[in-house]
Design a protein around this ligand. Structure first.
Ligand SMILES: [Zn+2]
Length: 259
C-alpha cells in the first residue's frame, strides 16, 4: 500500500515542479510583453537585452528566476540593477500555474484560466509601470473568452456575454457615481474595459464577486496610500487580485463578511 502511494506521490511532485518552471518560462515571456507592448515594439524580436547597456542576454544567463538570484539582480555586463519585476512576474506566473493545476488539474478549464492569469499579470504590471491598460490586451482576452465556449461545455457563450455586460456595466456605474462625487475622472476607462474582459471569463456572478474583492482591497490599500501621500493608485492590480481570489476561494470571503 505504502509503495503504491509513493508511486503516485513522486510523479505528482515532478509534475508540480515541471508546471512551476514552465510557468516561470512563460513568465519571462510575459516580462517581454510588459516591457515592449506599451512601446509598441515586437515581443518576438530582437532578443532580450539589458535596458541600460543594451547587451544581449545569453540564453544560459536567461534561466527564469535562477539567473536573477545568481546575478543578484544585476546586469552581467554593466552591473546596473535589473527591476525586481522580472523576478516577481516569473515567480507569480509559476506559482499561479501550480495553483490553477491544483484546483483544476489538466482540464480545458485549467488552460482557460491560465490564459486569464497571463492576461491579468501583463495588465497589472503595465498599469503599475505606465498607468495604462492597453486596448489590444483586452481585445485578445475578449476573443479568447468568447472562443472558449466552443471547447468548454460549462462555460457558455451566454455566460461570457452576461459576464462582459455585468463587468463593464458595474464599473461604468461606479465611474459615473465617482465622477459626480469627486468632480473628476474617478475610474480609468481602461479599468471598465478590463472588467468587461474579465467578466467574459468568469461570468456575471464571478465578476461581481471579483470586483467586490477588488474594492475591499482597493479601499484598504487606498487608506494606506493616503497615509504615505501617494495620490494615484492604479486599479487594474486590484481587479486582478480580486479575480484571483474569486478563482481560488469563490465568494467565501464575501459571505463571511455578510454573515
Ligand atoms: Zn547592462
Amino acid at each position: 500500500m505504502a509503495m503504491i502511494q509513493n508511486q503516485i506521490f513522486l510523479p505528482d511532485i515532478m509534475i508540480i515542479i515541471f508546471i512551476f518552471f514552465a510557468g516561470a518560462i512563460i513568465g519571462s515571456f510575459l516580462n517581454v510583453c510588459i516591457s515592449r507592448l506599451p512601446e509598441n515594439k515586437s515581443v518576438v524580436s530582437p532578443k532580450s537585452a539589458c535596458p541600460d547597456c543594451g547587451a544581449f542576454i545569453k540564453w544560459y544567463h536567461n534561466v527564469p528566476l535562477l539567473s536573477y538570484i545568481l546575478l543578484k539582480g544585476r546586469c552581467r555586463y554593466c552591473g546596473k540593477p535589473i527591476s525586481i519585476r522580472y523576478f516577481l512576474v516569473e515567480f507569480l506566473t509559476g506559482a499561479g500555474l501550480v495553483s490553477l493545476y491544483y484546483f483544476f488539474s489538466s482540464t480545458p478549464v485549467f488552460f482557460f484560466h491560465a490564459i486569464l492569469l497571463f492576461l491579468l499579470i501583463i495588465i497589472t504590471f503595465i498599469d503599475i509601470e505606465h498607468q495604462l491598460i492597453l486596448d489590444n490586451i483586452n481585445v485578445v482576452g475578449l476573443t479568447c473568452a468568447l472562443l472558449f465556449p466552443l471547447i468548454i461545455a460549462d462555460h457558455t457563450i451566454k455566460d461570457a456575454f452576461f459576464g462582459m455586460v455585468t463587468g463593464g456595466g458595474f464599473l461604468f456605474a461606479v465611474a459615473l457615481v465617482g465622477d459626480f462625487i469627486f468632480r473628476k475622472e474617478s475610474m480609468g476607462r481602461g479599468d471598465i474595459k478590463m472588467a468587461a474582459m474579465v467578466g467574459c471569463f468568469v461570468g456575471w456572478y464571478g465578476i461581481v464577486v471579483s470586483l467586490l474583492y477588488a474594492f475591499i482591497a482597493g479601499a484598504i490599500i487606498g487608506i494606506i496610500a493616503r497615509i504615505y501621500h501617494r495620490e494615484y493608485l492604479p486599479f487594474a492590480p486590484f481587479i486582478a487580485f480580486g479575480t484571483i481570489i474569486f478563482l481560488f476561494a469563490g465568494d467565501l470571503f464575501i459571505t463571511l463578511l455578510i454573515e
